[in-house]
Ligand binder design. Structure first.
Ligand SMILES: C[S@@+](CC[C@H](N)C(=O)[O-])C[C@H]1O[C@@H](n2cnc3c(N)ncnc32)[C@H](O)[C@@H]1O
Length: 230
């Protein structure tokens, strides 16, 4: 599905979010401790690279990993004014092609909802982060069922698939977005899962009345996180 929409993905993102996704990505960067020169960040499900490039512009060394070749193949063409270096890899977030405890932070933006096993992905992200480093998840969530929540649901179900479909040429991809967002666990459950997988100091920040959330957790100091691949 992502291979099919890769060429129009950025445009659809900007239009559907009104550009707000950019400010959310900057918040992820701040939640990661604003890594700069000397820091290493792994961005899982990096897609066309927007979050990875923010870290690189701040001078961090970045590894961007995505399953879909057509998505990650777009990233290098956007990789111009960077300060740090980016390695773009085609790879699986459930089996990261990266050694243990090498990064200061691992991030995933709008990707955890799409992987086949989110717990395993979280464990893989924790595995590649050094003790004391951070794991960050930016993901959509559902707002409360008040007036705003009802309007947002109507937008997700009726407006977003039409506009997303027109921009990307694949309406089914944006019906999928609606289905997966509405079926996504609440932030409290995701926090419990992060804690159950060994992360500490976990928490989340709701963005825009809860239509998205940034989750954060820390790899406990002096701990070797288990290899999710068993
Ligand atoms: C909605 S896009 C998000 C892209 C980017 N992070 C962003 O913020 O725009 C979801 C991405 O998850 C990737 N993906 C899905 N399953 C994956 C997996 N198992 N490993 C790595 N990437 C995966 C898809 O290829 C797609 O590029």
């Amino acid at each position: 599905m992502f291979a099919g929409i890769a060429g129009r993905y950025d445009l659809a993102n900007r239009v559907l979010s009104g550009g707000v996704d950019r400010s959310w990505r900057r918040k992820v960067m701040a939640a990661a401790g604003s890594p700069g020169p000397g820091a290493t960040v792994v961005d899982v499900a990096c897609g066309t690279g927007d979050l990875a490039l923010l870290f690189a512009k701040a001078g961090a060394q970045v590894v961007g990993v995505d399953f879909t070749y057509e998505m990650v193949a777009i990233a290098p063409s956007k990789d111009r004014e960077r300060g740090g270096a980016v390695a773009w890899l085609q790879g699986d977030g459930l089996d990261l092609p990266i050694g243990g405890s090498v990064a200061d932070a691992a991030t995933i933006a709008f990707g955890l909802r799409n992987v086949a096993d989110r717990r395993r992905c979280l464990r893989e992200m924790a595995r590649v982060v050094r003790p004391g480093g951070r794991v960050l998840v930016l993901e959509f969530s559902m707002p409360r069922k008040d007036a705003f929540g009802r309007i947002y649901r109507a937008y997700l179900e009726h407006v977003l698939p039409r506009i997303g479909g027109a921009l990307s040429g694949d309406r089914a991809a944006y019906n999928y977005l609606d289905d997966t967002v509405q079926g996504w666990p609440g932030p409290e459950q995701l926090q419990e899962e992060m804690e159950a997988d060994g992360l500490v100091d976990c928490g989340f920040e709701r963005l825009w009345r809860g239509i998205a959330c940034i989750h954060h957790g820390v790899v406990p100091p002096q701990t070797q996180m288990p290899d999710a691949r068993g």
